[in-house]
Design a binder for this molecule. Structure first.
Ligand code: ARG
Length: 713
C-alpha cells in the first residue's frame, strides 16, 4: 500500500505543473504566458493584464506589503487597508495601555481624527518588476569564488538600483531566484503614515488562540483595518497631522455573495519563504537537528515571558506580540517535524535525487554535475550539529532584541570619544531616545529571565560555545540567573540611570567592559561566522547547480521560484479537506459557521471566550445582508491555494477580482507544504469577508467604515 502511494507521488513530481495547477506561487509578469488560459478555464473572468499591467491601472495597485512581513489590500477610495489581526497585532498592542486596552477590547475610530498612529508602520506598493538574469549572468563566470561572485552581484545590483530609484522616490530590490540562477528587480514605493482605523477585540481577532492556530476547523475573525495617509500632493510622508487620506489609485470591490465549493479563488500576496528545491539531506537535518532546537528554544523563551505576562496586564501588552510570534513558529516547526516525518518527505526527495544522479552521470553532464549530490551530502553531514547550535542562538537573539541592538550602540559610543561636541550631543540624544523606547517596551525582570534562560539553554545544548561563555558558565557555576541579573544591573544600556551615569563620566574602559555589549558581540560573532567558509562555498555552488540541473533535466517541472517575500499570485478553488475516519462533519466541511463557533465558546477562557454581545446577537439572528443564502453566518472557509507565512492578510479574490476573504493560516496536516506542496492536504484558511463586515458594521457599530467600501451584492 505504502509503495503504491509513493509511486503515485513520484508520478506527481514528474507531471508537468499544469496538472497540479493549484500548486504555484506565480510571478505577475508571467501570468499571461504561463497561467492566463488555465486561470480562465478555472473561472477567472479577468485578463492577466487586469491583474498586472505596467501601463494601466490594475489589481496589483491595490495590494501592499504590510509592515515588512504581511500582506494587505486597499479597499476604499480613501485608502482603507485591510489585513489580518495578527499582522496588526504589534501596532494594536503598542497603542494599548491597561486603561485603553484596544488589544483586549477592540477599537473603532468614529472619525478620521480618531484614527491612531502607531510608532512605526509602513505599507509598500509594488510598481513593477523586470527580469535582469542575462545582465547579471554577464558579469558572472563559473571560475569565480563565491565571494567574487557575490561582490560582482552586489556591484550590479547597486547599478540597477541607481537606474530605477528615480533619485530615492522608489525602493529598488534585486533578488535572486532558483538558487541564484535567475535575477529580477522589483520597484516599490513605501508609505509611512499608516493609522489604525479599527480592530475587533482579541477574543474575535485571535479566537481559538494558540490551540486553534494552524488548525481546521477554525473560527477566527483575523482582521484589522488601517488607513494610508499622504502629504497634500499624494506623496508618501512621515506622520503629520496635516497629512490626508490616500487617494487610492485602485481599490478592491467587496463581494457579499459568499462562496461555494469549487468556486475559483486567487490570492495576491507576499509569501515569505518556501524550500521546495531542497535536498533530502536538508530535510533530514531540519527534522533531526535544526527544528527540534528551534522548538525547544522557543518554548524556553515563551515560558519565561508568560510568567511575567500572566502577572500583569501592562507586561502582557509589552510582550504580547513577540510571544505570539514565537508561539506561532514554535507550533509550526513542531508541525513540520511531524509532517515531514509522517509523509516521509526525505524519501520522496531521495527518489528525485536518484534520477538526478543518473542524469548527472551521463557523459555530457558529468563534468558540471557529477559531484553535486556528493557535495550536498558532505555539507549536511558536517553541519548537522551546527544547525541545532545556530538555532539555539537565533532564538536567543529573537527573544532578546536588546542583545543585537547594543552592538551598534556600543560601536557608536566608541566613536563618541573622537567626536566633536556637536556630534557628541547628537549621539547622546539619539541613543537616549533609542534606549528610552526599549525601556518602555520591556519589563526589566522579564528581560533578565529571557536573557538568562535562553543563554543557559544555548550554553548547555550547543556543542560549540564561545570560550567567553564557557568561562561565565564555570564562574557562575551554571547559575545564569545570577549572571543575567548582574549584567543587567551593570550594563550601560539596560537602565536609564546607567546610561546617564555613562554620559556624566564617559569612560572608554567602562564601555570596553560593558558586560552586555561584550557578550552580545561574542555571541553575534559566533552566529555570523561559525561555518567553515570553503564548505559553505562548496554548498552554495552545489545547490545552485542542483537546482539548475533539476530544471534542465526536467526531473523537476516546477516552473515558479521559491517564495522569498516577493509578490506572487496563487490560484485554485474553494475546497474542503478530504474526509477520513477521524474527520467529523465540521472538519470535512469547507466552511464554519457562527453556530459551530458557539460550540467552542468557553466563557472566561483566555482562548475561547467571545464578546457577550455575540450571544445576544446570535439569539436575535442579527446577520442581515451578511448571512449566507443558507441563513447562517459563515466564519472561515478553505481553499487549495498555495501560500505560506507572509501571505497573512492577503486578499482572497473571486473570478471577478472581488474580495471574498482574507487568507490567515494553513492547516497542520500539510505542514510539510513549504518543502513539498501537498495537493491532497494543503489548504489555505480564509476569514469570510462577510463575517469581517458583520463584525465591523453590526457588532461594532462602525457602519461608516463599511460605507466607504464598494459592496457587490
Ligand atoms: N499561523 C498564522 C500564520 O502564520 C498566524 C496565526 C496567529 N494566531 C495565533 N494564534 N498565534 O500566519
Amino acid at each position: 500500500m505504502k509503495k503504491l502511494i509513493f509511486s503515485l507521488f513520484s508520478l506527481c513530481l514528474l507531471a508537468p505543473s499544469w496538472v497540479r495547477a493549484d500548486e504555484g506561487m506565480w510571478f505577475l509578469m508571467f501570468l499571461k504566458r504561463l497561467n492566463e488560459r488555465d486561470m480562465q478555464q478555472k473561472g477567472l473572468k479577468l485578463s492577466a493584464e487586469d491583474i498586472y499591467s505596467i501601463n494601466h491601472n490594475s489589481l496589483k495597485n491595490a495590494i501592499v506589503q504590510f509592515n515588512g512581513g504581511c500582506t494587505a489590500s486597499i479597499i476604499s477610495p480613501d485608502g482603507l487597508v485591510i489585513t489580518n489581526h495578527h499582522c496588526g497585532y504589534g501596532a494594536i498592542a503598542g497603542l494599548s495601555t491597561p486603561e485603553h486596552n484596544y488589544l483586549r477590547d477592540g477599537y473603532w475610530a468614529k472619525t478620521k481624527a480618531e484614527e491612531l498612529s502607531p510608532k512605526r508602520l509602513f505599507v509598500r506598493f509594488f510598481v513593477r518588476m523586470d527580469n535582469v538574469t542575462d545582465r547579471m549572468l554577464s558579469v558572472l563566470n563559473p571560475s569565480m569564488t563565491e565571494e567574487e561572485r557575490e561582490a560582482a552581484i552586489q556591484t550590479e545590483i547597486h547599478k540597477i538600483q541607481q537606474e530605477n530609484s528615480e533619485g530615492g522616490k522608489y525602493v529598488v530590490s534585486v533578488r535572486s531566484f532558483f538558487q541564484g540562477n535567475e535575477f529580477y528587480y522589483f520597484v516599490y514605493q513605501d508609505f509611512k503614515d499608516v493609522r489604525l482605523v479599527g480592530t475587533p477585540p482579541e477574543s474575535v481577532g485571535k479566537f481559538g488562540g494558540d490551540t486553534d492556530n494552524w488548525e481546521w476547523p477554525r473560527h477566527t475573525g483575523d482582521f484589522s483595518v488601517f488607513r494610508v495617509y499622504t502629504d497634500k500632493n499624494g506623496n508618501p510622508a512621515e506622520y503629520s497631522p496635516d497629512n490626508i487620506p490616500m487617494k487610492a489609485q485602485k481599490y478592491l470591490d467587496v463581494s457579499l455573495k459568499g462562496v461555494q465549493e469549487k468556486d475559483f479563488a486567487m490570492i495576491l500576496g507576499y509569501p515569505g519563504r518556501t524550500n521546495r528545491w531542497v535536498s533530502s539531506y536538508w530535510v533530514d537535518q531540519q527534522v533531526k537537528y535544526g527544528y527540534p532546537a528551534w522548538v525547544e528554544a522557543s518554548k524556553t523563551a515563551m515560558d519565561a515571558m508568560k510568567k511575567h505576562m500572566d502577572a500583569s496586564n501592562a507586561v502582557r501588552l509589552k510582550y504580547a506580540s513577540t510571544y505570539a510570534g514565537l508561539a506561532n513558529y514554535w507550533k509550526n516547526r513542531q508541525g513540520m517535524i511531524d509532517a515531514l516525518t509522517a509523509h516521509q518527505t526525505a524519501d520522496l526527495k531521495r527518489k528525485a535525487e536518484k534520477k538526478f544522479a543518473a542524469w548527472a552521470a551521463k557523459a555530457e553532464n558529468q563534468a558540471e554535475y557529477g559531484s553535486v549530490l556528493a557535495d550536498l551530502a558532505s555539507y549536511f553531514s558536517q553541519t548537522n550539529q551546527q544547525a541545532a547550535n545556530q538555532n539555539y542562538l537565533a532564538i536567543f537573539f529573537r527573544a532578546n532584541p536588546i542583545a543585537s541592538q547594543v552592538i551598534p550602540y556600543a560601536r557608536q559610543l566608541e566613536a563618541y570619544f573622537s567626536s566633536s561636541d556637536d556630534q557628541k550631543q547628537q549621539l547622546r540624544e539619539r541613543l537616549t531616545r533609542g534606549l528610552q523606547a526599549y525601556y518602555e517596551r520591556t519589563y526589566l525582570p522579564a528581560e533578565i529571565d529571557l536573557f538568562a534562560d535562553n543563554l543557559k539553554l544555548y550554553a548547555e545544548k550547543s556543542t560549540d560555545i564561545p570560550q567567553q561563555l564557557k568561562q561565565i558558565k564555570e564562574q557562575y557555576q551554571g547559575d545564569f540567573k545570577r549572571y543575567a541579573a548582574e549584567v543587567f544591573a551593570r550594563s550601560i544600556f539596560t537602565k536609564a540611570e546607567n546610561l546617564e551615569n555613562f554620559f556624566q563620566n564617559p569612560s572608554e574602559e567602562a564601555l570596553r567592559n560593558d558586560p552586555l555589549a561584550t557578550m552580545a558581540k561574542v555571541l553575534s560573532d559566533k552566529y555570523n561566522h561559525t561555518e567553515d567558509e570553503a564548505l559553505r562555498d562548496s554548498y552554495d555552488k552545489a545547490f545552485r547547480k542542483y537546482v539548475k540541473g533539476m530544471r534542465d533535466s526536467k526531473i523537476s517541472r516546477i516552473q515558479y521560484p521559491d517564495a522569498n517575500s516577493t509578490l506572487r499570485l496563487t490560484y485554485g478553488s474553494v475546497k474542503a479537506l478530504p474526509k477520513d475516519k477521524r474527520n467529523y462533519d465540521v472538519k470535512s466541511n469547507y466552511y464554519t459557521t457562527f453556530e459551530t463557533m458557539l460550540g467552542k465558546y468557553k466563557p472566561g477562557d483566555p482562548e475561547f471566550d467571545m464578546p457577550v454581545k455575540f450571544l445576544q446577537m446570535y439569539n436575535d439572528k442579527q446577520f442581515g445582508r451578511y448571512a449566507d443564502k443558507d441563513g447562517t453566518l459563515h466564519i472561515n472557509f478553505l481553499t487549495d491555494n498555495d501560500i505560506t507565512g507572509g501571505n497573512s492578510g492577503s486578499p482572497v479574490l473571486n473570478g471577478k477580482g472581488e474580495l471574498i476573504g482574507l487568507a490567515f493560516d494553513g492547516n497542520i496536516e500539510a505542514m510539510a507544504g513549504d518543502v513539498i506542496f501537498d495537493e491532497k492536504l494543503q489548504r489555505t484558511i480564509v476569514v469570510d469577508i462577510r463575517y469581517v463586515l458583520w463584525c465591523i458594521d453590526t457588532y461594532a457599530g462602525a457602519k461608516h467604515v463599511v460605507d466607504e467600501m464598494n459592496l457587490i451584492p
